[in-house]
Design a protein around this ligand. Structure first.
Ligand code: BGC
Ligand code: IFM
Length: 811
């Protein structure tokens, strides 16, 4: 069952029913000011950091689902309704929500009145615009009362949810004309306030929530709206809100537009006050002046659309499969940009108050957005590397605002260091910018400990090389990619839980997955050494990589698939000898994509085992059989019920590793089959089962052991976005940046007749046509670049050349 459809021409998903299985959201904002907006107008806004600078209040885990947002109440006679259906939930005569690239448009009608609400965050401005157009389509005049509503959050979202004894007394507002200023905490040492304004004279306002709603009422039936008259309340403590009242008479066929702006302003210390106790409103007025007219709003919206068109023109395809085309050209790349902006902080499943930026997460996200915004990828790399420790290990997370490592979580996730090599190498392949390796970058944010970035990579590599366990495999530490496989969690204290018993510093547990990473990214690091003239280091590195390769074959192979790990007592994990958890997905995907076991024929065996034991119609499960019982010595993994999350859920993030692995051994049919199973556009028809947004990936889909097999969770902020884009763009479509140029090496299903692609790479445009006359799955039989036949599958990059016309014949 579907709840909408893709409008490919406009690059929008059109939701046609407000009662989607879960809120289906969009992200507004590309730089510093962001908003989350659901298909019923729910969500909230923040500046840079969803914990410390949150403008509006949202109620996670509340009922009804998705409570609070930017709400517009329309009172037309006795009927009260909202363009986004919530919160009043009056049945609408028609409803649609178009989520586009950085904007959302709600169009609804009730009793021959049409409302169109367009929400977006303009480029270069710290505000959200809500333009509301009301049109009377009846043949009689209508007297309409319109009420706006947002609820302010007192900036620190955690404090806001916990410290009521203080917070009920600090709310302060000012009202001037049609602008409501939220100045809470400004008198203290803060330098910011918020404004919520409308571009017309108003008939009233409310800034005190309880006056607007009435005692014991919810946002679904504010007393002020029922009575049709604002109270002009002035918040003093309690819960400040912004609400405007506009009364208008619309003649038959007449329409009126209003522009509401919610903005964030910063003031320098010397100009804080206009008069004693009166905030300096000049910067707010300057901002509001930019969005006073419909034309100004239109121009800003056009600029935003243009911004996205330019961004997404860097990689486009034309294929015979609409779902593939729209995911590649639009939605997968869009999600990659959102993960760049948000990391894992603010979604409908991440409260924005917990985690900061993950070291491994941000490095992997980079793989998906580096081609879109290479300059910002460069900055991100420097930020991430600055949180590394001198021994090569890393803080697992850092704070987006301070960019400092998070001490509460600390380090000990032993895959982290190698992801830095992955990110840097991808950046250099994309840009050719070897200069980044010479950038001086601090360790642990301490400038006195700064070293060239290349030295950071050396320490990343050496951290793994020098932290090996009894089988010559990398020590896992607290966990590797799989946060929940905490194998150094042993304790003799009865009743102890994995949260308190980790002995990761002394533990000897080893990871075959990190071994796969070491082989893959060790080779990339060696290549960087060679290309920067350090042949001797390259040789040492390759020797260590070879040794690791052998260790995996010797101690990491279980007969039919790769082992997952050894626990702290050197017992096998992910082996046929285990009762549960006999096979794990991670080493099968990553070892093969690293090239391990390919020439020995083991890769194919491992991938056949994946198909046989882990595959489902909704994707490949993380492990099988699911752990039935809780095992302290395995850590968090078995704390989940079978089929959920890391305990045999379908983790979408590592499905593409298996798909890439399939392309390594040339099985295009199978690679594409795996790609399609978790790809949102292909499961749109079963939205009632899948439940999350059909235009973006979720972190997890419930596995075969779960009662709700096929149900997705945790949409938007997941490394799945980057890895599925790497998979589809670089391995299936097969256009892959390498140090010397662009490689074109598709691995497609045999029934795909070919495709066209346009790739902007290092400022040159590549027009690529791939033909598949003989139903091949992989293998370039002929490569023609600008009329010249060439051997191999790499188009060498020629400095200064701006256009390449490429034809490839598979066979
Ligand atoms: C959670 C895991 C989750 C991981 C994400 C852990 O704290 O419990 O289930 O996948 O964090 O980083
Ligand atoms: O690898 C992690 C990631 O860092 C956060 N989400 C879950 C993944 C698997 O545990």
């Amino acid at each position: 069952m579907k709840f909408g459809y893709f409008d490919d021409a406009r690059q929008e998903y059109v939701i046609t029913s407000p009662t989607t299985p879960l809120p289906w959201i969009n992200y507004l904002g590309c730089e510093n000011f962001f908003s989350l907006i659901s298909n019923t107008c729910g969500g909230y806004s923040f500046y840079k950091d969803a914990k410390l600078l949150r403008l509006t209040r949202y109620r996670y885990n509340n009922i009804p689902t998705d409570t609070n947002g930017r709400y517009y109440y329309i009172k037309d006679g006795d009927t009260i309704w909202n363009p986004g259906w919530q919160p009043v939930q009056t049945e609408l005569d028609s409803y649609s929500c178009r989520h586009g690239l950085g904007y959302s448009v709600f169009t609804s009608t009730k009793n021959e009145l049409t409302a169109e609400l367009t929400a977006f965050v303009p480029l270069n401005n710290n505000c959200e615009i809500n333009r509301l157009t009301l049109k009377n389509t009846s043949n009689q005049a209508k007297d309409i009362s319109l009420f706006s509503y947002i609820e302010f959050c007192l900036w620190n979202a955690v404090d806001d949810m916990t410290n009521f004894q203080r917070n009920f007394s600090i709310g302060e507002v000012e009202i001037e004309g049609s602008a409501i200023y939220h100045k809470t905490e400004y008198r203290e040492r803060r330098n910011h306030y918020a404004v919520y304004a409308v571009n017309t004279a108003i008939d009233g306002y409310d800034t005190d929530r309880d006056s607007f709603l009435g005692a014991y009422r919810g946002v679904n039936r504010p007393i002020v709206v029922e009575q049709g008259k604002s109270t002009n309340s002035k918040a003093s403590g309690w819960a400040p809100i912004g609400s405007h009242n506009i009364n208008v008479t619309l003649q038959p066929g007449e329409e009126m537009s209003y522009v509401f702006v919610l903005g964030y302003l910063e003031i320098d210390e010397d100009n804080k006050w206009e008069a004693p106790g009166v905030i300096n409103k000049a910067p707010a007025k300057e901002m509001l002046a930019k969005f006073e007219t419909n034309e100004q709003v239109e121009t800003a919206l056009d600029e935003l659309k243009e911004h996205w068109t330019t961004l997404l023109s860097k990689y486009t395809v034309e294929t015979n499969d609409d779902k593939l085309t729209r995911m590649v050209n639009t939605w997968n790349q869009y999600q990659c940009m959102v993960t760049f902006n948000m990391s894992r902080s603010a979604s409908y499943y991440e409260s924005g108050t917990g985690r900061g930026m993950g070291f491994r997460d941000s490095c992997q996200d980079l793989l998906g957005f580096v081609h879109l915004i290479p300059d910002r990828a460069r900055e991100r790399i420097i930020d991430i590397a600055s949180t590394q420790f001198e021994d090569g290990s890393a803080y697992h997370q850092y704070q987006p605002l301070t960019k400092k490592g998070n001490m509460d979580i600390g380090s000990g996730f032993n895959d982290d260091p190698l992801w830095l090599i992955a990110g840097v190498s991808a950046y250099i392949k994309e840009t050719g910018d070897f200069g980044i390796l010479e950038e001086s970058v601090p360790f642990d944010n301490d400038e006195s400990k700064a070293q060239p970035l290349m030295e950071h990579l050396r320490r990343s590599f050496n951290f793994t090389r020098t932290n090996l366990g009894p089988h010559g495999l990398p020590l896992i530490g607290r966990a590797d990619w799989n946060d929940c496989l905490n194998l150094n969690c042993f304790s003799k204290t009865p009743g102890e839980s994995f949260q308190t018993c980790s002995n990761f510093e002394s533990g000897k547990a080893e990871s075959v997955f990190i071994a796969g990473m070491f082989v893959r990214y060790g080779k990339e690091y060696a290549e960087l050494c060679k290309r920067t003239g350090n042949q001797a280091e390259a040789e040492l590195v390759l020797a260590a990589v070879d040794k690791m390769y052998d260790a995996v074959l010797e101690n990491g192979w279980d007969g039919e698939w790769f082992l997952r790990a050894y626990d702290a007592f050197s017992e096998k994990i992910g082996s046929k000898e285990c009762e549960d958890g006999q096979i794990f997905i991670e080493p099968q995907g990553f070892c093969v994509l690293a090239g391990i076991g390919v020439k020995e024929g083991l890769a194919e065996k491992a991938l056949n085992s994946v198909k046989e034991r882990l595959d489902t119609k909704y994707g490949v499960m993380l492990l099988q059989p699911a752990y039935k019982d809780y095992h302290l010595n395995l850590g968090e993994v078995s704390s989940y019920p079978p089929g959920y999350k890391e305990n045999a859920g379908i983790f979408c993030h590592n499905n593409p590793w298996v798909s890439i692995a399939e392309t390594v051994i040339g099985r295009g049919d199978r690679a594409f089959e795996i790609y399609k199973k978790t790809c949102p556009a292909y499961v749109e028809d079963i939205s009632e089962i899948h439940r999350t947004e059909p235009y973006v990936y979720s972190q997890m889909v419930a596995g075969a052991d779960a009662p709700r097999h096929g149900e997705a969770k945790n949409s938007w902020l997941t490394g799945t976005a980057a890895w599925t884009f790497v998979n589809v763009s670089q391995y299936i479509i097969g256009i892959r940046p390498e140090f010397d140029g662009l490689v074109v090496d598709p691995c497609i299903p045999s029934d795909m007749p070919g495709f066209k692609a346009t790739r902007i790479f290092r400022d040159a445009t590549y027009n690529i046509t791939v033909e598949n006359p003989n139903g091949a799955q992989k293998g370039v039989a002929k490569l023609v670049v600008d009329g010249q036949e060439m051997s191999g599958n790499i188009i060498p990059f020629v400095d200064g050349k701006k256009e390449y016309n490429v034809t490839i014949t598979l066979g």
